[in-house]
Design a protein around this ligand. Structure first.
Ligand SMILES: [Zn+2]
Ligand SMILES: [Zn+2]
Length: 105
């Protein structure tokens, strides 16, 4: 996890915990909602950034592999990633999930 992502997660969790602590102290709900309004988007942002960095790592790993696909005839999986070959790149929405070097299996 890179430092920015870590800080976002810490701030998000801290804001939510603080909100919960205020709830126990019977602070007016409107005040607590402010902390939740800060905490929830931070957590969402963190999960999003985390998913993006995981995706980046996955793509980097795939890019180092070779490709023996008989359909696109690429030798480097990096080319498949760049072109998002339907024959050997596994997609989930717009995210690359993996590279299958043996699609016929
Ligand atoms: Zn390929
Ligand atoms: Zn292919």
């Amino acid at each position: 996890m890179d430092p920015t992502t870590r800080w976002i997660s810490i701030l998000g969790i801290a804001a939510l915990c603080f909100g919960l602590a205020l709830f126990v102290l019977r602070v007016p709900v409107r005040t607590i909602l402010i902390f939740f309004a800060i905490g929830v988007p931070l957590i969402v942002l963190w999960l999003y950034a985390d998913e993006k960095s995981k995706q980046q790592k996955r793509v980097n790993k795939i890019s180092k592999q070779g490709c023996i696909c008989s359909i696109c005839k690429h030798e480097q999986a990096k080319v498949c990633v760049d072109q998002k070959c339907a024959c050997c790149i596994m997609m989930k929405g717009s995210d690359i999930m993996g590279h299958s070097i043996n699609p016929l299996q």
